[in-house]
Design a binder for this molecule. Sequence first.
Ligand code: FAD
Ligand code: SF4
Length: 268
Amino acid sequence: MGNPTGFIDVARQLPEDRDAKERLIDWQEVHEHMSEADIKEQASRCMDCGVPFCMSGKSQYAPAVAGCPVNNLIPEWNDLIYRGRWKEALLRLHKTNNFPEFTGRVCPAPCEGSCVLGINADPVTIKHHEVSIIERGFAEGWVVANPPKQRTGQTVAVIGSGPAGLAAAAQLNSAGHLVTLYERADRIGGLLMYGIPNMKLQKEVVERRVQIMAEEGINFVTHTEVGKDISMQRLADEFDSVVIATGATVPRDLPVLGRNAKGVHFAM
Ligand SMILES: Cc1cc2nc3c(=O)[nH]c(=O)nc-3n(C[C@H](O)[C@H](O)[C@H](O)COP(=O)(O)OP(=O)(O)OC[C@H]3O[C@@H](n4cnc5c(N)ncnc54)[C@H](O)[C@@H]3O)c2cc1C
Ligand code: SF4
């Protein structure tokens, strides 16, 4: 906690949105970026709480304590941002999160809802710090392929390339297993690619990570529906383990007034 009075002196601030007239003619992300000095000032608002509820989403107290579901080490990287130690912040962020560039853009941020500062003021801008750290990492060239030093000789098939399948593939590959990921669509990413719109998550951001994962040794197989183009039995025979991460794919209907009005469609 570099600035003990930051939470009193500094008001919460987020990046401006791009000009509405400009946004009308494209589908790109809505927010502008903030200067490093401003992000540092925002990070100084973190109180480094003794019990940081922001990072306690996955614990014996969940769901009563509903902070970050991946237990991101939030006060640590808030402090590292404040001190300008961005590379260390990136290392701490990657300890708990395979894809901070996705969560930093589209996560609903239960961390901010649980931030202690939010009791009597506006919470710390945690989500914006997360995306700022990882984008700084990419800009500096710190985020590069890091293939495992040794292979175990074990093989795993992962079915489905949404965030669940991608995270499973990344973890298993980093443990040294040889991972083949099967996806029935033409592109990798699941609903990151074909659900969440560009204005929240540009597709280049997904492709950038998939490219790194391929360089780390993960074999991506698209246009292949397991159960149709390739049987489950064949995967069970050819691989030591199979992970099923196929998502829901079933739309949830909402039987409310106006449901049958013209132009009301399922998002998926
Ligand atoms: C329009 C929309 C907007 C959203 N916005 C947000 C948001 O802003 N923030 C947020 O946190 N969440 C958002 N979500 C929800 C989020 O996208 C999902 O919770 C998340 O993608 C689920 O991840 P998953 O890996 O479990 O499944 P999915 O992303 O659904 O991935 C499953 C993958 O498995 C593949 N698959 C299925 N069966 C087979 C098979 N037999 N063989 C091969 N492949 C198969 C599918 O093609 C798919 O690519 C949004 C969802 C939608 C639809
Ligand atoms: S709860 Fe808020 S103020 Fe406390 S450590 Fe987490 S981000 Fe900082």
